[in-house]
Design a protein around this ligand. Structure first.
Ligand code: PLP
Length: 463
């Protein structure tokens, strides 16, 4: 009996080559069969097609055609963020070069829990996380900026969890204070870590109000224990940026620790034109970044930048088979304290390849491009009598609604477009009303696509 070929080793590349050709053909066929941003027919129709294509999940005898059939089915049933009309979430179209690098990561399969599973990948991670932490903290000029580091995470959720954990370990306990505009993963992390009940401040204007934070900190800090303030640079719903310098001043004055969730806005660091929006970011103890949003990476590509590397002592952990003391003393790098995970993919490879292939200028251009698109879309909406624009965009999110529509109509329009597979828009509740949300992350989108999107929405709105 012949055994299936392996992806690495001397024969790996030649075993992969024909399979890749099959995969690429299947991707192409699937996308053609879909013919739009989303498969048509809604969940029931999509599920039926997937069940048909899959058949027996674990047949008695294997099927060599499975890779073609399943990749084709997945592509046909995909929400494609590379389609200009797929603009609901912070769900970016990945760069081809990053995806190609990710293939190498899968093929080599390094695991970042010990040096002897990832000799080069662990050094690459050290270099790239250091460089990204400098992007966040270099402007401070403070001596600690040079030693700032970053942990690789599965995304903003894990980065926020780690930020709360590091804060708790630094202070014994900590109470989270954040705005109602903060990402849900923050209060969930407080629950996971059994922290005191978070204080969630109302954000009627969409961002955390310094006066409200001042009042909360006056009430909380000292008598009720240490506080971690979590601010947001790029809210998930509206792309708004909290007033970071004012919030950082308040934290400093009250002795509160500051975390900034820049899962969305962090990508602005690459843009000369937009970087100033993040002024104050460098004053946070920890910063969440998420390069599978404004970084055009395949999932997952999260990071937590940590200003003071001493904070990482909390993650120190010993497992004899991975980082025995005598191995560490003999010079083998100890990787276990860089994550709560054990086996860990080298997500850093695609990030490193992207940073070096595009350079700061190339990445900054992509950021500028999507911000400009958002501005153009907002201009279209503002000039269009059938639509109401929520506000000019801060990053690349635009909220709008058909003029005079009820919330139920807004929700129904979104579902109609989803069901037809013609456009993928998000939804957000702001100022007490429901809005359609366009999150523009596709730098290849053209103004004509945005006009087509508006036509579709208008055509799907009952009068
Ligand atoms: C997307 C997002 C997160 C969560 O990131 P995941 O990568 O989905 O885990 C956290 N915070 C903000 C502000 C986000 O937009």
């Amino acid at each position: 009996m012949s055994l299936p070929p392996l992806a690495s080793g001397p024969d790996g590349p030649s075993a992969l080559r024909p399979l890749l050709a099959t995969v690429l053909d299947a991707l192409h066929e699937g996308a053609r069969a879909r013919g739009g941003p989303l498969p048509a027919g809604g969940p029931t129709a999509v599920a039926a097609r997937v069940r048909d294509a899959v058949g027996d999940v674990l047949p008695e005898k294997g099927d060599p055609d499975a890779v073609r059939a399943l990749v084709r089915a997945l592509a046909e049933g995909a929400a494609d963020p590379a389609d200009p009309l797929c603009a609901a979430h912070l769900h970016c179209p990945p760069l081809a070069v990053a995806t190609a690098a990710d293939l190498a990561a899968s093929s080599l399969n390094p695991s970042l829990d010990s040096w002897d599973q990832a000799p080069a990948a662990s050094e690459l991670e050290t270099l790239v996380t250091h460089a990204l932490a400098q992007e966040v903290y270099a402007d401070t000029g403070a001596p600690q900026a040079k030693t700032a580091t970053a942990l690789v995470t599965t995304g903003g959720t894990e980065a926020n969890q780690l930020a709360l954990l590091l804060a708790r370990e630094a202070h014994g306990t900590v109470r989270l204070v954040c705005g109602a505009n903060a990402h849900h993963s923050l209060t969930r992390a407080a629950w996971l870590l059994a922290l005191p009940q978070p204080v969630v401040l109302p954000t009627p204007r969409g961002t955390l109000d310094p006066a409200a934070l001042h009042a909360a900190l006056t009430d909380l800090v000292g008598p009720r224990g240490p506080v971690l303030v979590a601010a947001t640079a790029g809210t998930t719903d509206a792309g708004l940026i909290d007033p970071l310098p004012a919030l950082a001043d308040l934290c400093a004055a009250h002795g509160a620790r500051l975390h900034i969730d820049a899962a969305y806005g962090g990508g602005l660091l690459f843009s000369d034109r937009h970087r100033a929006l993040l002024t104050g970011l460098e004053r946070a103890h920890t910063v969440t970044l998420d390069l599978h949003k404004l970084g055009w990476q395949p999932v997952a590509a999260g990071l937590l930048a940590v200003r003071d590397p001493h904070d990482l002592h909390a993650l120190h952990h010993r497992a004899d088979y991975l980082n025995a003391d005598d191995d560490t003393d003999a010079g083998l790098p100890d990787l276990l304290g860089r994550s709560l995970r054990t086996t860990r993919r080298p997500d850093i490879l695609k990030i490193a390849v992207t940073l070096k292939t595009l350079g700061r200028t190339g990445l900054g251009t992509l950021v500028d491009e999507v911000c400009t698109l958002a501005q153009e879309f907002a201009d279209l909406l503002a000039a269009h009598p059938a639509f109401e624009l929520h506000a000019p965009p801060t990053i690349s999110t635009v909220l709008f609604r058909p003029t005079g529509a009820s919330d139920d109509t807004v929700a129904a329009v979104r579902r109609t477009l989803l069901n037809d597979g013609r456009a993928v828009l998000g939804r957000a509740r702001l100022d007490g009303r429901l809005w359609l949300k366009a999150t523009l992350l596709n730098p290849h989108t053209r103004p004509g696509d945005l006009a087509a999107l508006l036509n579709l929405v208008e055509g799907s709105t009952p009068r």
